[in-house]
Ligand binder design. Sequence first.
Ligand SMILES: [Zn+2]
Length: 219
Amino acid sequence: MMHAHIAVGMAAKRIAPRVSLGTLIFAGIFADLLLSVLLLAGVEHLRIAPGFTAVVPMDLYDYPYSHGLLHSMVWSILLGVGYFAWKRDVRGSIVVALVAASHWVFDFISHIPDLPLAPGYGARYGLGLWEHYAATHIVEGALFIGGFALYLKTTRPLDRIGRYALAGLFTALCVMMMGSLAGSVPPSATVMAFTTLLQLLLVALAAWGDRHREMRVPA
Ligand SMILES: [Zn+2]
């Protein structure tokens, strides 16, 4: 649900105008970035399994620290607190924490029952949208377009960077969505982790473009 997580960050700009779009998107995808780091560190594990769900070819059997409900809430609060320590912006820090926390909610809707509540707790949850190819892409595509449109409605470019960085972000996300539509399968968990970490480039692109845009209605 990467596009959904990014869409939440983009939509959140409207209620947290002082927070960079890069920060909001970072908060939205934080759990997946953390999963990648913990996969590479050998702390969490997944198995590439083509056909495991209709959309995502992965068996996510061990990822309680990045995607367990308990840790998701802890990370969200820490991100909010960290943002407050950095910017002294109460509203912004609350929104950053909420965007990060929304990751679990959207994953809960999309994942098959593989999300744990806490490490060592056996039961796993997920409503399983990923079992439905068309529904997943319709929902995710609608959220992506909606979030992006809301951001464009909320801000306007100050210069060409403000326009083209956002066009670049949109293009990159469309290419990634086409990869998902085509059912691309990463060759290994390690490759998947590194590919996910490349999303930090999108964060940087969003932050750069956002700095060259202003609110259409002053906050
Ligand atoms: Zn996730």
